[in-house]
Design a protein around this ligand. Structure first.
Ligand code: ATP
Ligand code: TZE
Ligand code: MG
Length: 279
């Protein structure tokens, strides 16, 4: 529960908020429809399950009218976009449920960029991307000028901070830029979440998985997507930190991160979540 309008959003407040939202996900098990890329389906579904949510990878256009209204949130990810999936993405995004967009490799092609912009116009609650993706969405010419690395970022998250603020204001979505520090903004406030380990970049689709987790947090806190997104990013990063303590490399981290997410308890979350309002 919220501490009230006059609360002091100090680190302890964020720790309590992150625990309360994770507890709500565990208690409510929100149903999250995922229309996500083929690489990410396994890790995204397993991250959602470990956190207590219910994933459903449902992407046929014919199922959207019946299925999407029964979901608590929708997750759309364009990582392996194809022409036949785009109508399902747009229909699910328009079904009146809170939804979250992951614009994987937005600058890969004109088709993908146009699809991302079309989806952005359908008012996602949150867009989570890496720095290169957010820079490209905010200004297509930046993408053309930079050293493009496909689904991986060629920028630091801080490089995309101003672009994220501008994109939040122009789109009305909360924008989250992942990286060493994850920045989350509604265009006015900026929150930094600094949990996580660099090895998470060496597991494919950890970004996709954390965007799925953001959708679960938005499902239980639809009225404050900024807080939901920041807490989901921090919780996922914390699971990465704990998982790294038992891991030798990306493959074992993938397993230990999911186990750590499942095992998180109140003491660990409230003492180790690192979220702060940026000046
Ligand atoms: N240098 C870093 N230090 C700590 N954590 C990091 C670092 N870079 C990324 N992360 C974390 O790794 C996760 C994935 O973020 P990343 O920016 O790599 O996403 P992405 O490029 O969209 O990934 P993908 O497309 O493979 O899903 C996030 O939880 C993020 O906080
Ligand atoms: C590697 C890759 N290619 C398309 S989607 C994806 C997963 C990380 O975004
Ligand atoms: Mg990504």
């Amino acid at each position: 529960m919220d501490d009230g309008a006059k609360e002091q959003r100090d680190p302890a407040w964020w720790g309590r908020r992150a625990w309360s939202l994770l507890s709500a996900v565990r208690a409510q098990a929100p149903l999250v429809q995922c229309i996500t890329n083929l690489v990410s389906m396994d890790i995204a579904a397993n991250a959602l399950l470990a956190a207590g949510a219910s994933p459903a990878m449902v992407h046929s256009l014919r199922e959207v009218p019946e299925f999407t209204p029964r979901c608590d949130a929708v997750y759309v990810n364009v990582g392996t976009l194809s022409e036949d999936w785009l109508p399902s993405m747009c229909a699910a995004a328009s079904a009146g449920r809170p939804w979250v967009l992951d614009p994987v490799a937005a600058a890969a092609s004109g088709f993908r960029m146009e699809a991302c912009l079309e989806l952005l116009a359908l008012r996602p609650a949150v867009v989570r991307g890496n720095a290169s993706e957010i820079l490209a969405l905010a200004d297509r010419s930046v993408a053309a000028a930079s050293n493009f690395k496909g689904a991986d970022s060629s920028h630091e998250s801080v490089d995309a901070l101003e672009a994220a603020k501008a994109l939040a204001l122009s789109s009305g979505a909360v924008i989250a830029v992942s990286g060493a520090v994850d920045f989350i903004t509604n265009g006015e406030q900026v929150v930094g979440a600094s949990n996580g380990v660099p090895m998470m970049q060496k597991i494919t689709a950890t970004g996709c998985a954390v965007t799925a987790l953001i959708a679960a947090f938005v499902a239980v806190e639809p009225s404050d997507a900024l807080v939901g997104a920041a807490c989901a990013l921090s919780i996922f990063g914390l699971a990465g930190e704990i998982g790294m303590e038992s891991s030798k490399g990306p493959a074992s981290l993938r397993m230990h991160l999911i186990d750590a997410l499942y095992c998180l308890n109140e003491e660990t979350v409230t003492s180790r979540v690192r979220i702060a309002l940026q000046p």
